[in-house]
Design a protein around this ligand. Sequence first.
Ligand SMILES: [Zn+2]
Length: 84
Amino acid sequence: MVIGLFRFLVLVILAYVVFLFVRIWRAMKRARGRAVPPRSIRGVMVKDEMCNTYIPKEEALREARDGRERFFCSEGCRNKFLNS
Ligand SMILES: [Zn+2]
């Protein structure tokens, strides 16, 4: 029981350290990213033409039509596009 709690604490501390590292790394990346055009940064934003919002490419729903790939924020927007 006590060992379990200790392990849990170690895990929490480790998670916190990782979290801090990620924050620092992100801040550094952001500072460096200013000189670089946004397209070269990972996590590209794509436009949902149905509701005119931007979503991260990896989260967007895709639909290819007329040899062009379209991106959608939700199933609803994709259906709207497919029914148009
Ligand atoms: Zn949408």
